[in-house]
Design a protein around this ligand. Sequence first.
Ligand code: ATP
Length: 507
Amino acid sequence: MIALEIAGLAKAYGTTRALDGVDLTVEAGTVHCVLGENGAGKSTLCHAVGGSLRPDAGTMRLHGMPYAPRRPKDALNAGVAMVHQHFSLVPTLTAGENLRLLRVRDLAGRLARLRDRYGLSVPEAETVGDLPLGVRQRVEIVKALLREPRLLVLDEPTGVLGPDEVDALLATCRRIADDGGAVVLVTHKLGEVARVADAATVLRGGRVAGAGLTDLTPDRLVPLMIGRPAADLAPALAGTLGMDAGVRGPRSAPDARRVVLRVREVSVGRSGGGFLLDRAGLEIAAGEIVGVAGVEGNGQTELVHVLSGARIPDSGTVELNGTDLTRATPARRTAAGLGVVPEDRHHEGCVPELDVATNLHLGRLGEFRRWRVLLDRRAMRTAATAVIGKHGISAPGPAAPMSALSGGNQQKVVLARELALDPLVCLAAAQPTRGLDVGAVDAVLTRIREAAANGAAVLVVSSELGELLALCDRIVVAYRGTLSAPVDTAAPDAHDRIAHLMLGTGA
Ligand SMILES: Nc1ncnc2c1ncn2[C@@H]1O[C@H](COP(=O)(O)OP(=O)(O)OP(=O)(O)O)[C@@H](O)[C@H]1O
């Protein structure tokens, strides 16, 4: 039986054809993955199914009946639940309050069933804004499932989850399908596709590049997604995509004697008592790539905030080439050559209302100032056009608002901006490949290596251990606000030692 049937779906934004005659068939009782490059049209498709966007043309049928939701509520009433890339929870309310807003009957009973059947539990008393992204995502998913939908649409849900949470989510998808429901899962991770999908559809430039695929191997899918063979891609990519990393990439040769970034005894208190960072320390030499692994919520986010200046630590110091930057303004950090890519790029990394050019030059707008007050917009846009081309950012142009870019392309803008610092003395990047398509991940990993090869000290926070093992010289593990001693990734038992440290069972 067919759960969802889409025919000829089209949607244009100005001259951009986000969807250009898309057909898609999702069988009931299956998990159907939708794949494609950043900007391929995946989110637009999800929005159309979820009722938050009206397509220009095309038809949909749900369980055989005509389906044309005019608003999200119509979709919900028809048994379609969505989890979007951006969070829909109210950050100032607790998780429990957010769920009570749904006004479903017997909330406690339904939550208990979700806990028992899918192992999904919700920290009801915690304020959503204080929850790590991974836990927030879990609450979003519980919110979607509380309505007991017959079709669940998940737009890149696993990017912010740790490995255990990904396992739990994929198991949940499987169970929903086994219970007769249908799941549409948007993901860039081919390892997840291989583990959970029954079928897949690949989009490319708003069109279907491959429909109803059941050969779900990277060799089959990658060329459809990016138009070149999987074998061309960097070895570290396998880790990012959730496949076995296997090979380690070539290493930079760090200059161990020249410490560039020194984080000493940094502590950040938690509002309710205790510590988010507890005398955390770390050193990175010129040309060295150091990874921070750990289950999300163990202080990694705060470490990056301390480096970006979003958070001033209660005690401890941050030094760059011997200069104390602990309390420096973000502009001074930028001027000193410290580039920081925050984890929550949408809220912290860019200004969605401003144009792409301004976002690409944030922190360095002074370079484009004329007559003290005016900005030379033309020079900004010319420079931005070059960056857009170099980094393969898919955007209508430098004058387009950031909000018109797909999620992955917004991330590319933030990364490109920080990588463009001259000189780039130190780069700290949180989840640099999250949400990026295969080709873009490949490009980002290459650029990070290049930055290190050019002498920058690089810190990479990632929930993808495979990616860190392939990319980094050393890895420290964040656990309950502390940072472990570094583990050399060349050591044969590196993976196991790190895994133990992540669980707090390692020495
Ligand atoms: N509000 C908008 N205004 C103008 N263009 C838009 C808007 N929303 C999306 N687009 C464009 O439509 C195209 C498809 O975007 P969409 O968000 O569907 O891509 P995606 O496949 O989900 O990408 P990603 O993997 O990066 O999330 C992109 O070229 C994007 O720039």
